[in-house]
Structure formats: C-alpha cells, structure tokens
Unconditional design. Structure first.
Lengths: 357, 256
C-alpha cells in the first residue's frame, strides 16, 4: 500500500479513528495524552505510530481524569494538545473540561460515543450528547461539533483546534463508534497548503523570558459576587463566540411540511430518507445542527416555519429532543420523537416513520 | 536586598521570589504551610529559577498559595496538580515544575496520580504538606491521621481496625520509583534540614534524574485545637514517631 502523506491532497480509505490521528497531525498538534477505552483506541494507536515521524509526543496516563488534566498541562505550556475518549471515560474527563471552561484553557477532546449508561456497549450511541454539551457543575461554556462522516472528522478536527485557540473555550469533536470503526473514502490534506490558517498556540504559563511578569491563575473564588462576575463574563464571551461558530445544514426546508431533525451519523440516514422522499414528490426537509453547542436555534426556527410536523431522530432517549424543544419554545409545530437509545437508525426506519404519520 | 526595617521595627526577611503584594499570607497563625513555602522560596532564590518554573497548587489549604510567588502559578482541582504539572513538563521539558499539595490531595483523591507518576519516574518535584488532617474543610480524618487521633470524622479517635493506619507516602514513592528518584520526609520542626531536602528535590529535577518527592510534617493548630506548646509537641513527638524523618531515596552518583 502506498505511503499516506499530507503533501498535496490525497484520497484515502480509512477508519474514523485513523482519520482523527491524521487530522491532528495536519492541525500541527504537538502532543496527545490518552487512556484506552473502546471505541476510540485506534486514535492513540495511529497517533503513536505517526508521532515519532512528525516529532510529536504521546503520554499514556493512569486514567481519563489524568488524561484530561495532563492535556490541560500541555495546553497551559503553550502547546497544541488533545485527548480522546468515550462513555465512562467521557464522564471522568468532564472534571478537566470544567476547569478548562473556568480558566479558558483551549483544550480539544475527541469523543467517540459508545452505549450508555454505565459500561453498556463498546459499539455506538448518541447518549453522550447532553454530557458533552453540559457536563460538569457549570453552564456548558464550550463548543461541540457533531460530525457525520470521515471527511467531516478530518475537517472539523482541524477546525476544533482553531476554535479552541481563537476563543479559548474547551472544544469537542463528538463522533461515535460507527464513525470510529467504519472505513470510508476521504481527502486528507495539509490545511496550510490549501491556504487555511492554523491558529498558533500561545504560552499561557511557563514563559521563561527573564524578568517577565509572573502569571498566577486560579479557579477558586471567595465571594458570590466575585464568582457572578466571572461566570457572567464567561457567558458573554461564549455568546460572542456562539454566533461566529454556529454551523448547521438545512435542505429542502423552504417548502417542507415535514422536517427531519437529527445530528451526527443519524443525519446521514435522514439525508438518504430525504432524497428518497423528495424523489417521490414528498415535501420533506432535513435539518442538522453541526455545532450542537452552541445549538443553531434561530436557524432551526427558520427551517421549520412552514412545517406541520418535525421528526426528531436520535440514538438516545430525548437528548437531542430536549435541545430542539428548547430551541422551538413557543412554536406550535408538532414534534414527533423517534428515539432509539444506543441503536443505529436507518433511512428505511425514518421513511417508515414518515409513512405512519 | 530588601529593607529589614519597616516602621522602625524589624520586618521578617522575605524570599525574593515571594509576591510581596499578597503578604501577609492567608494561612492560619501557627500553620506549617508558611514555613514550607518560605523554604521553597529561599531555594528558588538560591537556584535562580524564578523565571524558569511553574508552580502548581492543589485544593485544600494549599490553594491559598495560588498567588504566593512571583512565579507562574496554576491552581488546579483537588488531587489533580500532579497530572497538570506532568502534562506541562511532558509538553515542555525545559520547564521546572513544582506541585504543591496536602496529604488528602496526594494520598487520597490524587493517590493514583502520585503512584503512577512515581512508577513513570516523571521529572517533576512534588512537595506535600502532611498535617494529619483535612484543614480547609474543617479538620476531617486524612489518610495520615494518627491512630487514636480525634478529628471531625473520627470523633472518638481513629480506629485502625476500621480505617487503617496512616499512609506512608514517601515510603510508597520510594518503593515504586525507578533509579533517579529523590524521596525525603522533612519536618517544619527542622527548617534547615527541610530546606536542604527541597533544594535537592529541585536539583534532582533539573538534572533530569527522575521524580523528586518531599513530604513535610506540619502543624495545623486550628483544627488540632492545640496551643503553641502542644502544636510543637505534636509535630516533634507524635508526628516524628509515626513518620520517620530523613532521606529515603537519593540517586546513585554517576561515575566519571
């Protein structure tokens, strides 16, 4: 097999985990910290194979708590750093994500969702949607990209580092076990060769310029009022980021009386159903949030304007539905949930749901 | 050099690396943290590493050191200081990193990090204040609470049958760390010796040898409910009897 390279554009056929490792190389990431958990392991496997060839580093830690906090350390010292996990590991990593929210640490997490709750399955689900958007004892001040295919895994992993280092909020790639393990064709590339800008990291702690002023940072505050100021500033900055980074995909919604809402890999089934139903002359639209945090609320309201029914399809029991309800508060359109926690959804099933209504 | 005379009275000598604006510090009267951090400050001055290092502090009373030094500092989560400074050191090996924590942070909630950092021989310096209880949260039983010692969660005295014996941190680190490790236990009752241990612990990191760990026996009169005399008796007798002071591991001298 020919050697894969980031020089020029190259058409490749890879698993999603391999794609993430290549994307991190393409994004000029310096170091990965990680702890094994299925189905993300091969991100570490490929990274550790690529790392010495590209002058990169890796540390396998004792658990996901440590993987999250060592990654924070790497970021604080001014390096592009990331970690990857799933399921119960994602639960443990929320502690570091919270510290990153409070202290504006541009850490990147790649989540390949597995079944839940608890250990559940190593296969697939979308049950880490709420956790990844709102995990921890804070307000969900973070960015979450929900990818649907391997090209997006590559493109958005690169983008995640730019978002993190531009806005200084923790940034997540939310994939799943299907995307992690399946092989797909995609084009990999060096973003800078294509004229894309990579946001350079900056030293947050450990600037060794002699005589420089020391930087002391904390996440503990003494009074309610002090904390209120801090959180409101976070909220304001997060909202300013939100309008700049929010992404969505809407098709056929202009004249649709039926709109299918889904995210991640389920949106591919929705798209296939949409194509078939449109070919049959049905007035159907699809809407997909690409950033699920921030959620494209205004865009969704716009998309469902003429619709009589909105089908919400997800591989979890109402995690996306709650976001949709929140976005559509006050609208009178009928919401039809299609909820299959921990189970994949096919285009046939969506068409069947459509036919029932 | 600083002025020793302030308002016609003798001001205490402060290490150059201390942040004057945040002094007097926020630790309770009689607390051991100030003594340990003074030793560390003097060592930073002597080694001239103020601009080359990052100081990480844990949660618990140790968090009050977040603005203690004119040194880049990160205050982390309870037990998570070791992974944060390990992450920094791994990403930028030029940095000299110091983790500062209490016995709860190092031996309970963060024990897996300390153990594995020792096994991996991480090139970091860890300074741990052992005052036999959780100070910040109001004096609960810690891994290091002595048998029979009364705390808020062992009000009738720690029963080793129910809750085990005090954790011996340096002994654990010394047992698992590969060659190159420096491990010592000092006491705030012997400042000259303690400062020497802390200095060696930093020099060992700078030489790139391995993990450097110093536990410091310290007083907590607020939660111990002891007066000055009782406090020092506890440190010098009870603590010193339970926890042997001295060096446990020093790196082999390389030949040539």
């Amino acid at each position: 097999m020919a050697e894969v390279s980031l020089q020029g554009e190259q058409r490749v056929f890879m698993t999603g985990n391999e794609v993430v490792a290549w994307a991190a190389i393409a994004a000029k990431v310096d170091i990965m910290y990680g702890y094994p958990i299925t189905p993300q392991n091969e991100i570490m496997h490929y990274w550790t194979r690529l790392a010495p060839k590209y002058g990169k580093k890796f540390l396998q830690t004792e658990d996901e708590i440590s993987a999250g906090f060592t990654t924070i350390g790497g970021v604080l010292s001014g390096r592009k750093a990331f970690t990857a996990t799933a399921g119960p590991g994602n639960v443990l990593m929320q502690e570091s994500a919270n510290m990153a929210e409070m202290m504006r640490i541009p850490i990147v997490y790649v989540i390949q969702q597995r079944g839940g709750p608890s250990t559940a399955t190593v296969i697939y689900s979308q049950q880490e949607t709420t956790l990844t958007c709102f995990g921890g004892n804070g307000e969900g001040h973070r960015a979450v990209y929900s990818t649907a295919n391997h090209q997006e895994l590559f493109d958005y992993t690169i983008k995640a580092f730019n978002t993190a280092w531009t806005y200084r909020f923790p940034t997540f790639i939310l994939g799943d076990g299907y995307q992690a393990k399946m092989r797909e064709p995609l084009t990999i590339y060096d973003p800078e060769e294509k004229g894309m800008k990579l946001v350079a990291p900056e030293v947050i702690l450990g600037d060794t310029t002699p005589g420089k002023k020391s930087v002391n940072i904390r996440n503990t505050y003494n009074t309610e009022e002090e904390l209120y100021e801090v959180v409101m500033k976070l909220q304001k900055d997060w909202e300013a980021m939100a309008e700049k980074i929010v992404e969505w995909d809407a098709r056929g919604c202009e004249d649709a009386d039926f709109v299918i809402v889904s995210h991640g890999v389920v949106s591919r089934a929705a798209l296939a159903a949409y194509d078939q139903l449109r070919a049959a002359g049905k007035k159907v639209g699809v809407f997909r949030p690409i950033t699920i945090r921030p959620f494209p609320e205004m865009q969704l309201r716009e998309a469902i304007k003429g619709a009589k029914k909105v089908l919400v399809a997800e591989s979890s029991y109402g995690q996306l539905l709650k976001m949709v309800q929140n976005a559509l508060y006050g609208e009178t359109v009928e919401l039809v949930p299609f909820l299959k926690p921990g189970v994949g959804i096919t285009s046939e099933e969506i068409i069947e749901e459509y036919s029932k209504l | 050099m600083q002025d020793f005379k302030m308002n016609d009275s003798l001001a205490p000598a402060m290490p150059k690396s201390w942040k004057v604006e945040t002094k007097p510090h926020k630790f309770c009267p009689g607390c051991g943290h100030g003594i340990i951090l003074k030793c560390l400050g003097e060592v930073i001055d002597e080694l001239g590493i103020q601009d080359q290092m990052v100081f990480g502090c844990d949660i618990g009373c140790s968090l009050l050191s977040w603005d203690f030094f004119n040194v880049d500092t990160v205050q982390t989560h309870h037990g998570r200081t070791n992974p944060v400074i390990i992450g920094m050191k791994r990403a930028n090996p030029e940095l000299i990193v110091v983790g500062y924590m209490g016995d709860g942070g190092g031996y309970a909630i963060g024990s897996q990090h300390l153990f594995n950092a020792a096994c991996r021989n991480e090139k970091i310096t860890v300074i741990l204040c052992n005052n036999c209880n959780y100070g910040m949260t109001g004096g609960q039983m810690a891994p290091t609470t002595l048998p029979g010692m009364k705390t808020e969660t062992s009000p009738y005295g720690r029963d080793p049958i129910e809750t085990g014996y005090p954790t011996k941190g340096p002994e654990m680190v010394a047992a698992v760390a590969p060659e190159g490790a420096y491990v010592a236990r000092g006491t705030t009752a012997n400042v000259r010796q303690l400062k020497g241990f802390i200095k060696k612990a930093l020099e060992n990191q700078m030489a790139g040898n391995g993990i450097s760990f110093v536990e410091c026996l310290a007083g907590c009169p607020t939660n111990w409910r002891t007066n000055a005399k009782q406090t020092w008796e506890f440190i010098e007798k009870d603590q010193a009897n339970a926890f042997k002071v001295g060096e446990l591991r020093v790196p082999e001298v390389k030949e040539g």
